[in-house]
Write a protein that binds this ligand. Sequence first.
Ligand SMILES: [Ca+2]
Ligand SMILES: [Ca+2]
Length: 142
Amino acid sequence: MRKKTIAALALAAALGGTIGAAPAQAGYVTRPPADCGPGLLCAYQHRDWGGARWKWYGDDTNWNNDWNNGVVAANHATSLFNNGTPCAGCDTVVFFDEPLSAPSAGYLGCLHPGTGYTNLVVDWRSAENNIESHEWIGKCIG
Ligand SMILES: [Ca+2]
Ligand SMILES: [Ca+2]
């Protein structure tokens, strides 16, 4: 899967896509939501950690089978927090707009450990209601 990710990133770069961290804006926060424990990537259906919630300790190459409260994670996250614990090569989360098995999966950007966005609608529009997979790697790409 790592090989696949690198290929997707290379393609995004070749196409001049946005590479690197999402731009820091008003909703960029460094304090985790109360229910997002150490080591977790947490995604929420609504802004400000509202609605359905999904949590992962590891990689998830397909959010289409992750449900909470009758809502699937794929294409439904509107706020996000990376509460990963610092580690070499595994504490930064990269996000993709489709499952990683999809040939057209595109890189959306990344979150460093201890950071998140309270409202992707205004903070990171390309990722809002669009994420369908993620991986933990060593750093943001580009
Ligand atoms: Ca999944
Ligand atoms: Ca999508």
